[in-house]
Ligand binder design. Sequence first.
Ligand code: SF4
Ligand code: SF4
Length: 324
Amino acid sequence: MKYISCIHLEHGITFFSNSVQICCISSHPGGGNIVQINNYKGELINWDELFKSRRVIRDNLKKGIIPDKCSECYYLKEQDWNDDDYIDEVLIGHFTHCNCNCIYCYTEKDKNFFNNNKTYNILPVIKDMIEKGVLSKKSTITFGGGEPTILNEFEELVNLLLDYDVYNIRIHSDGIKYSPAIEKGLKLGKITLITSVDSSSKKLYEKIKHVPCFDKVWKNLANYAKAKNGLIRTKYVLIPGINDDINEVKNWMKKTYESGIRHIAFDIEDNWFKENRNNIPQYIYVIFDFVYKSYPQYKIESCELYERASNLKIDREIKHNSKC
Ligand code: SF4
Ligand code: SF4
């Protein structure tokens, strides 16, 4: 049946440090964060109950009733949806510790707390999903956190998912710790690795990341890039006032290509975007346009826009269309 919904409302699940949610999308007017299980600490999930609650939401969607928290979310679209009970969009984000110190990270509020926040094990939950046939082989599993490669169960977890032959594993890693499982998944063409470098120079990298790991990260990325089948993106999170220099952006694309990487991702710092969404300075559009339109000149094959950058693009198209 054709109705307005989204991939997460239909078949998504997100694991956070103390809750299970439908998705992790939050910068639209509705605010997202639809909680399914509160005070969650890695217990095995009663899938019948979870799918029952999902069917209530789906029945409303079929009547045109969209959850308030999804209001104006760009993920919503009208199409035919498969209303069987299964999961094929998973975000693993239950960990908050990291070996990097990005100035824009939510963990900057209390680094000590987030680095010592006890993390539950997700491996038994994923095994349970596989054993019970809940996890589709067509799944996209995304790691976001925190830094996943420093999780004790990371290598085993990635190997389990590779053995299960899921469609794609998207890993957001800062690139500081080299992971044999990532290398294996890239060789198999099953992993997309996304590393935010946010700069092209050591000086700016260290100003943003507060760790002396610039050379190590690019060396690791170049090594990963030797595994030709997988997809690697270097990402640039534009932080107005910090790395909004067009030359830095150009050199980032050059350095990406020189490292053997052919894909990039672009985003805008979350807090700044939320505060300035209705009053974006012209020079930000100039940088956005430069990245989004000029990347092929740097022999980069694709540019993925992350949440804030996608919203910026959509907002501008809406404004433009309303003037026509
Ligand atoms: S519509 Fe947006 S906020 Fe709602 S579940 Fe989908 S992605 Fe999340
Ligand atoms: S790499 Fe990611 S999790 Fe780590 S400090 Fe930077 S933004 Fe935060």
